[in-house]
Write a protein that binds this ligand. Structure first.
Ligand code: KIV
Length: 272
């Protein structure tokens, strides 16, 4: 029996906290459009991230830096239209919040107002804490993002594991505490040693969501197109591929081309 839309219990930031409290892991995936968001919401995903990885996955850029606030809002609107249950979080893109806290607040308000999403995500710790507080003071839930922060890729130089050295690990722990104290409802930890991921998660009340941060965090996130095997050239150790959709789609399209060329498609039952 299908559940009526109005009876679907929506995931909230409070529920994510309750999930951590009772030891239930949180599932999160990215989505950037209506069709995929519809499928993963129907499958029961807890959180959908409209990630700025759309810059790579949807637009083919080599980094997350080029995507604009307007483009993020367009992706977020498409996702929000599809979702009945999941919590929808949207990345504040590079350049939309680093300038000052007024600009950060303006960008976050545009995302919430124009897309109907439920929260925003921002990369960084101490450097952005004033902006985080300003956005929170407007009643907008904020998710933090520490470890490998792709918007700073040209500062890091590589996409290798972060915080392996003591000093960087200590800074990450301090930043995580600052974000929690400021009022963030959750923090993404990207590509850090599993032990550090576990230590940070244990030291915080709020839930952590890991990507390449081991099994001791409170939830996991992957880029949808990576876990479905649509992106072919990306093979980080943390990525589990659940499908080889690149090959599946390529084979299906190949069959379609053959059917058209051989005049097999459409057949008698496929025409009027
Ligand atoms: O943009 C994104 O997809 C992300 C995830 C990798 C966490 O920030």
């Amino acid at each position: 029996m299908s559940v009526a839309k109005k009876d679907i219990k929506k995931v909230t930031t409070h529920q994510l906290q309750e999930m951590k409290n009772r030891g239930e892991k949180i599932s999160m995936l990215t989505a950037y459009d209506y069709s995929y968001a519809r499928i993963i919401d129907d499958a029961g995903i807890d959180v959908i991230l409209v990630g700025d990885s759309a810059s790579n996955v949807m637009a083919g850029h080599i980094s997350t830096l080029p995507i604009t606030l307007d483009q993020m809002i367009y992706h977020a609107q498409s996702v929000v239209r599809a979702v009945d249950r999941a919590l929808v979080i949207v990345d504040l893109p590079f350049g939309s919040y680093q300038g000052n806290s007024s600009e950060a607040l303006r960008s976050a308000i545009r995302i919430m107002k124009e897309s109907g999403a439920h929260a925003v995500k921002m990369e960084g710790g101490e450097e952005i804490i004033e902006s985080v507080k300003r956005i929170l003071s407007a009643g907008i839930p904020v998710m933090g993002h520490l470890g490998l922060t792709p918007q700073s890729i040209y500062k890091f130089g590589t996409y290798t594991v972060r915080a392996k050295e003591e000093a960087e690990a200590e800074k990450l722990k301090t930043d995580a505490k600052l974000l929690e104290q400021a009022g963030c409802f959750s923090i993404v930890l990207e590509k850090i040693p599993a032990k550090l991921g576990e230590d940070v998660s244990k030291s915080l009340e709020i839930p952590t969501i890991g990507i390449g941060a081991g099994n001791g965090v409170d939830g996991q996130v992957l880029v949808l197109h990576d876990m479905l095997g649509i992106t072919k050239e990306f093979h980080p150790r943390f990525l589990r591929r659940y499908l080889d959709l690149y090959s599946e789609i390529k084979n299906a399209v190949g069959s379609y081309i053959d059917d058209v060329k051989s005049k097999d498609f459409p057949n008698d039952s496929e025409q009027y």
